[in-house]
Write a protein that binds this ligand. Structure first.
Ligand SMILES: [Fe+2]
Ligand SMILES: [Fe+2]
Length: 240
């Protein structure tokens, strides 16, 4: 829900600060998508779950950075590549594991939108990054790396530990030493890494850093840059 709130604000900023007509129209349509996502997740949490946690401090710090930085491409990289790339992997896991049919369907519909957002980001940025100077590109590559570090930390749910009255440090240690949680945290980067490679932000200077996080192994997976227009244009519910 907090990620969707952030996406709503970032997409609305992009409608005004993105540099081209196509990108503005796209950002305006994304703004409407994110408004629907915010409403759907908020109502699901309020009416079906009954617990609303505060925003995770790591997610908040990344959202604040993206929202307050004047560079439109940094907003694009932070939102469409990092936050939404991670969300896409997380939503796919949720869709597979959710037991509530309502949540399954809700997430299925949100994934359709998010896939479009990530695809546009990859295609748009691929051309733009080529036009940057070496120094500017390095600057973006390091921003993307730092954003990934923050998003890994975001996956340790200290708000949840506090809600249930657990020892936060002990719970954190438990999560960090868990093999399954470690694999899950890495799996969430399976969409981000090939997309960063495609847009040209896996530069020589950041590769060793990603390697030490154990994420470089995903760089050659299928990226989200291929657009299946037939699939994207297909009606949501086809008449039988
Ligand atoms: Fe969304
Ligand atoms: Fe989105």
């Amino acid at each position: 829900m907090h990620g969707e709130q952030g996406a709503l604000l970032v997409a609305s900023q992009l409608a005004s600060c993105a540099p081209t007509y196509d990108a503005k129209l796209y950002a305006a349509s994304q703004t409407f998508d994110e408004a629907r996502h915010v409403e759907a997740f908020t109502r699901y949490l309020q009416e079906k779950v009954g617990i609303l946690y505060p925003v995770n401090p790591n997610l908040k710090s990344l959202l604040d950075k993206i929202l307050s930085d004047p560079r439109w491409d940094l907003k694009f990289i932070g939102m469409q590549i990092i936050i939404e790339g991670l969300a896409l992997a997380a939503f796919n896991t949720l869709k597979m594991t959710a037991k509530d049919p309502l949540l399954k369907q809700l997430v299925h519909l949100v994934i359709r939108d998010e896939a479009r957002h990530v695809t546009f980001g990859v295609n748009y940025l691929e051309d733009f990054v080529k036009s940057l100077s070496h120094e500017e590109r390095e600057d973006r590559a390091h921003f993307a790396y730092e954003a990934c570090v923050v998003m890994r930390e975001r996956l340790i749910s200290t708000e949840v530990f506090e809600h249930f009255g657990w020892d936060v440090d002990a719970a954190r240690e438990q999560v960090l030493s868990s093999t399954i949680m470690g694999q899950f945290r890495n799996l969430l980067f399976t969409r981000i890494m090939p997309n960063l490679k495609r847009i040209g932000l896996l530069t020589e200077s950041v590769r060793p850093r990603f390697e030490s996080l154990g994420l470089l192994q995903f760089e050659n997976l299928v990226d989200d840059g291929e657009v299946d227009w037939a699939e994207l244009s297909r009606p949501l519910y086809e008449s039988s």
